[in-house]
Ligand binder design. Structure first.
Ligand SMILES: [Zn+2]
Ligand SMILES: [Zn+2]
Length: 127
């Protein structure tokens, strides 16, 4: 008997056996049965989600603060940008500032941001 846990997508739980969206448990219930295949999911799976939801209001203001920081940082880091020979797709100028962006997943590779030295047009190239 397999004890697979439901798939969590955001605040929703999906049946691990058939993929059906599971109902929220009522207060007096400690498990939820899948309407489609009868898979029984413990209500504790939903408790984890509740914790995530509770922490969300705290995470939101810090995200806003980070946004403000990024704006000031952009000015400082502009001197550190590499100047490379790259054709601007907007004006055809052959010089651009390049900056490599680190993506969350290594599987996604890296993205290089270019900013045209002449017209300030920005574009990105995925490796
Ligand atoms: Zn199911
Ligand atoms: Zn340009």
């Amino acid at each position: 008997m397999s004890k697979r846990r439901a798939e969590k997508i955001g605040s929703l739980l999906f049946c691990p056996d058939c993929g059906t969206l599971l109902n929220l448990p009522r207060d007096e219930e400690n498990e939820v049965a899948c309407e489609q295949c009868g898979h029984v999911e413990p209500a504790s799976s939903y408790e984890n989600i509740t914790i995530v939801t509770r922490s969300h209001p705290d995470a939101f203001p810090s995200a806003l603060r980070q946004k403000g920081k990024t704006q000031t940082k952009t000015h400082d880091s502009e001197d550190a940008l590499l100047k490379v020979t790259e054709k601007c797709p907007s004006c055809g100028h052959m010089e651009a500032y390049s900056k490599e962006m680190q993506l969350r997943s290594a599987d996604e590779g890296s993205t290089i941001l270019y900013t045209c030295v002449k017209c300030r047009h920005g574009w990105r190239v995925n490796n």
